[in-house]
Design a protein around this ligand. Structure first.
Ligand code: NDP
Length: 422
């Protein structure tokens, strides 16, 4: 049977239709609707002058909390989707991940004052007295989120440095929540200004989500074996790499980049805000004032245990999700029916991506797989079309993986195809 990665894009779509994951309509949209409607594109951002296409792929068979998922990913880097599949395959041999997200999807917004004429303690006391007024103001600023079961949950006051900071914990239900939180924060800030007797310095959400999603996995070491290295040795080296990342920031940042390869691609596919997720992830990695790996690995009794902790500021409604037809199809393929499901899948994908990268690093090396896939990119850059791409890639397996080799091979393919004249 032809493997999914060996099929043509059209055959892959047909396969997903047969599996009941896509409808004919979805497949047609994916095939033909590669460009956004002009009105959508022009209204989504400012100064729009064109569109920028990227491939949409799918990582298959990631088991999360006992259910199997296909994860749409949008990415320009070769090997990211292949690595996700590889990690998912190894996880599946071990029953998949267990993942948990905060039961209540909240974001924090902060209203900060840098001047308070009545003094620090009096101002804090005064703000505390107005607790109920702040609750009412927040409800009036965004009544629809209350009707949906969300809204302002908690008010706390903090004093970082010389500032007074009012922190609002807002339940944003199924949305990512930046606009909802900012609307509420600005309204509350205006109200507080009259009690503080000065202008607020800022009123905006923080991109650090209050609680992380946690994904864990336990792997039998024999499932990690490569052609030449036993699984136990691979596992020991993965543990060593994980330990290195906790004491070497240069390794930690690349370790985390590998995790974000998967998460950012899957976040982009649904039209969510990748910058918010990246900023939150790296801030969380440095939460103890030292930059740490988001995922860590250790071994007991011949079992490799992986754990990833990451805050994930994403939504399944709002933002650009509705305006992007492909994002809606991605959401459907991923079966992201709740924010928590989506967060659990993202964290599990990040852990799978991390495992695949570490295993490649300690096994055959990262470049072997990378450069095999990079050859396709080089063939395209050299100007290969149609079947020239596969032929160039095939011949490049035994040459240097650089542009000059790709150009040389392409020239030879074309020369061999030219019918000699007599
Ligand atoms: P929206 O402003 O689109 O708000 C989500 C909307 O979805 C709600 O207002 C609500 O509309 C509607 N909705 C429908 N069903 C639900 C539901 N079940 N739960 C919650 N809302 C529902 O988006 P967000 O507030 O999520 O903000 C996300 C956008 O903000 C992203 O595009 C992001 O890039 C951007 N942004 C990010 C910032 C940052 O990260 N620092 C800063 C500023 C913006 P209704 O009013 O009908 O209830």
């Amino acid at each position: 049977m032809t493997k999914f990665y060996e099929m043509t894009p059209c055959e892959r779509r047909q396969c997903l239709i047969r599996e009941g994951i896509l409808t004919e309509n979805d497949a047609n949209t994916l095939e033909s609707d590669i460009a956004l409607d002009d009105t959508v594109a022009n209204n989504l951002i400012e100064n729009q002058i064109g569109q920028f296409a990227l491939p949409l792929g799918v990582a298959r068979g990631l088991i999360v909390n006992g259910k199997k998922y296909d994860i749409p990913m949008v990415v320009e880097e070769p090997s990211v989707v292949a690595a996700a599949n590889n990690g998912a395959r190894i996880f599946a041999l071990n029953g998949g991940t267990t993942a948990q997200s905060p039961a209540q999807h909240t974001v924090l917004a902060e209203i900060v004052f840098d001047t308070f004429p009545d003094g620090l303690n009096n101002t804090i006391h005064c703000l505390q007295q107005h607790h109920d007024d702040i609750i009412t103001c927040a409800a009036q600023a965004k009544p629809s989120i209350l009707q949906r079961g969300g809204g302002l949950r908690k008010i706390t006051i903090d004093t970082p440095g010389r500032f007074i900071k009012i922190v609002l914990t807002i339940d944003v239900q199924a949305a990512m929540g930046a606009n909802i939180a900012n609307t509420i924060a600005e309204a509350v800030a205006h109200l507080c200004e009259q009690w503080v007797h000065s202008d607020a310095l800022t009123a905006i959400l923080t991109n650090l989500a209050p609680e992380p999603t946690i994904a864990t996995v336990t792997l039998k070491t024999e499932t990690l074996a490569t052609k030449n290295i036993p699984g136990e040795r691979i596992a020991q080296k993965i543990v060593a790499l994980s330990e290195l990342a906790t004491c070497d920031i240069d390794r930690a940042v690349t370790h985390n980049k590998g995790i974000m390869n998967g998460i950012t691609s899957a976040v982009l596919a649904t039209g969510n805000d990748t910058r918010a997720v990246e900023a939150g992830a790296h801030c969380y990695a440095a939460r103890n004032h030292q930059y740490y790996p988001l995922a860590q690995w250790d071994m007991t009794n011949n079992l490799l245990h992986g754990r990833l902790e990451i805050p994930l500021q994403v939504g399944i409604v709002g933002g650009a999700i509705r305006s992007l037809p492909t994002a809606r199809i991605a959401q459907k393929i991923g079966r992201y029916h709740s924010v928590q499901t989506y967060q659990n899948i993202l964290a599990s994908l990040g852990l799978a991506q991390n495992l695949a990268a570490l295993r490649a690093l300690v096994g055959p090396g990262i470049q072997k797989g990378h450069m095999a896939l990079q050859a396709r990119n080089l063939a395209l850059t050299a100007g290969a079309h149609g079947d020239e791409i596969a032929l160039t890639v095939q011949k490049m397996q035994s040459t240097a993986k650089d542009l000059a080799s790709a150009q040389q091979i392409l020239q030879e393919i074309r020369a061999a195809r030219t019918i000699p004249t007599v």
